[in-house]
Design a protein around this ligand. Structure first.
Ligand SMILES: NC(=O)c1ccc[n+]([C@@H]2O[C@H](COP(=O)([O-])OP(=O)(O)OC[C@H]3O[C@@H](n4cnc5c(N)ncnc54)[C@H](OP(=O)(O)O)[C@@H]3O)[C@@H](O)[C@H]2O)c1
Length: 278
């Protein structure tokens, strides 16, 4: 099976390339592979003739999306539409990555795969529109939602933005107190685990449709930071704050919790985090 991995230079894309290294893969990087340029993209895809496309390419700057709505929708919605149409026309299976931010985050018990979406912010809305385009235009699709990703990868040829873990460790070194939100909940997920779960899904070929792949166990950002401090033996004071005290222009879902009802469960997030940090 020949696999094209789009967004291969990103945090998840990098681990996806590693996970599928035994297969015949084409790692696709920007600017040569731009999902917003449909005609060029289609030509390149036909040239390579993959059986499967894994789309890790996205505009992922949640704060930045509030000021760059057009770009976020161009990449996350139109880009996905381009891929959906190309894959449908050329009989290619499309595995597309999405996010817990497509949900409103009001269901304390978490969101099942088929629950209705209702994004709260621009990034979430652009990904939600991409999902709708995918499902309306492509029959052979896997829509894989995940959440709160962290990974080791650096962007090919450029420094990558810090993930939550690196930011919190840096803050703890600079300050005597670190304040972290304790009223937003999610499932922190290691990109390595997600990439392996995607590989298992592709190998087993279950029915096309929506899948939730996340490390198990729910945490607040405060719980997540607390576990990082514990594993790294950081003694800086960690203080819980509410979302209203956190200075951000983005409205974020409170219970961004995905339920995995269809696939083998991934390991607990605390175990994955320990491996990542040690
Ligand atoms: N990070 C999270 O917490 C999280 C949570 C849930 C779901 N997800 C989803 O998981 C996927 C991967 O996320 P990630 O965290 O790995 O993101 P990332 O590190 O920001 O990587 C995204 C990749 O997409 C590329 N890209 C941007 N615009 C593109 C375009 N027009 N055409 C082709 N490639 C383009 C970027 O390349 P350049 O840097 O060169 O622009 C980058 O390599 C996304 O679909 C995201 O929505 C992420």
């Amino acid at each position: 099976m020949k696999i094209l991995i789009l967004g291969a230079g990103g945090m998840l894309g990098h681990d996806m390339v590693t996970s599928f290294r035994q297969n015949e893969i084409i790692s696709a990087y920007t600017p040569e592979w731009d999902i917003t340029k449909k005609d060029i993209l289609e030509k390149k895809i036909i040239q390579q003739s993959p059986d499967l496309i894994i789309n890790c390419a996205a505009y992922t700057d949640v704060e930045g999306a509030e000021d760059n709505k057009d770009l976020a929708f161009k990449v996350n919605a139109e880009g996905t539409l381009n891929l959906a149409k190309i894959c449908q026309k050329n009989k290619i299976v499309l595995l597309h990555l999405s996010t817990e931010y497509v949900f409103a985050g009001i269901k304390k018990e978490g969101y099942n795969e088929e629950d209705p979406t209702h994004a709260l912010n621009i990034y979430g809305s652009s990904k939600e529109e991409g999902e709708k385009y995918l499902m309306a235009n492509c029959e052979k699709f896997y829509l894989v939602r995940s959440s709160w990703l962290y990974g080791k990868a650096s962007q090919k040829g450029k420094p990558r933005g810090k993930n939550f873990i690196e930011k919190i460790i840096e803050l703890a070194q600079l300050k005597t107190q670190v304040k972290v939100v304790n009223d937003q909940f999610g499932k922190p997920t290691f990109t390595k685990d997600l990439a392996q779960a995607v590989k298992a899904l592709i190998e087993e070929k279950p029915a096309y449709g929506i899948y939730h792949l996340i490390n198990e166990g729910t945490a607040s950002w405060y719980d997540f930071a607390g576990e990082i401090f514990k594993i790294k033996n950081i003694k800086t004071d960690l203080l819980p704050i509410s979302s209203t005290d956190y200075n951000s222009k983005v409205i974020r879902p409170k219970f961004a919790v995905l339920n995995n009802n269809k696939r083998p469960l991934l390991r607990h997030w605390q175990e994955a985090l320990k491996e990542y940090l040690t």
